[in-house]
Design a binder for this molecule. Structure first.
Ligand code: ZN
Length: 219
């Protein structure tokens, strides 16, 4: 079990159980999100999707497909502003709340349990605002660097060498050409499924309550 589950400003960097969590950022994307969903479905597993609000608004059918397959939702800001930490509270609140509205327009009543800050550029204000809105701040522990398109072999090597029970793997289904990510997943999923419990980040109320306790000192 991991010993230090919290990262920058208290954002979680572990599943806090023995599961392995795949997380996909910057979608939904009409080319790559359906491919990720098909691959996950092939192995009867689910993941956590960190959606950009603008994309959720543009592709509501993809939001529906993500939810219908049983995946966990994560807010990834309205327009991927990596400099949000330097801006006003009103600006931050707008960046965090608009994606939830877009998601719930696509899927009425959908719960968004997590928030992930673009670029991992957290601040205490961003963390506390996400939690005030009922979202757990979600960081990661294994960065595949897939957004830089380092080559399929590099993505696979990073995951095979760094993944362990409790890991949160950062990958991307949007924001550019993600064909390397898709190919790495296609190659690795049989091995990952054989060696880990692949589950989305937990959504039970107790987990959220526990996080509140962890973060209380920041208020
Ligand atoms: Zn991102």
């Amino acid at each position: 079990m991991p010993t230090d589950p919290t990262g920058p400003d208290g954002a979680v960097q572990s599943t806090e159980n023995n599961n392995l969590a795949l997380t996909f950022d910057d979608g939904p994307n009409p080319t790559y999100t359906p491919q990720v969903l098909a691959l996950l479905g092939q192995y009867h597993i689910t993941a956590t999707f960190c959606l950009i609000g603008q994309n959720a608004q543009q592709y509501p059918e993809l939001v529906k497909a993500i939810v219908a397959a049983g995946n966990t939702l994560c807010d990834h800001s309205w327009d991927h502003d990596e400099q949000m930490a330097d801006k006003s509270l009103a600006y931050i609140d707008n960046e965090l709340t608009r994606p939830i509205a877009a998601i719930q327009t696509a899927v009425p009543g959908a719960s968004v349990h997590y928030y992930r800050q673009p670029g991992g550029n957290w601040s205490h204000t961003i963390v506390s605002e996400a939690m005030r809105m009922g979202m757990t701040p979600l960081d990661w522990s294994v960065d595949t660097d897939d957004w830089q398109r380092p080559g399929t072999a590099s993505i696979e090597y990073t995951i095979l060498n760094k993944a362990k029970p409790g890991s949160i793997i950062l990958m991307h289904d949007g924001g550019g050409d993600r064909s390397q990510t898709i190919e790495a997943l296609r190659t690795l999923l049989p091995t990952l499924v054989a060696n880990f419990h692949l589950q989305p980040m937990p959504t039970n109320p107790q987990a959220t309550a526990d996080r509140s306790g962890v973060h209380r000192p920041y208020f």
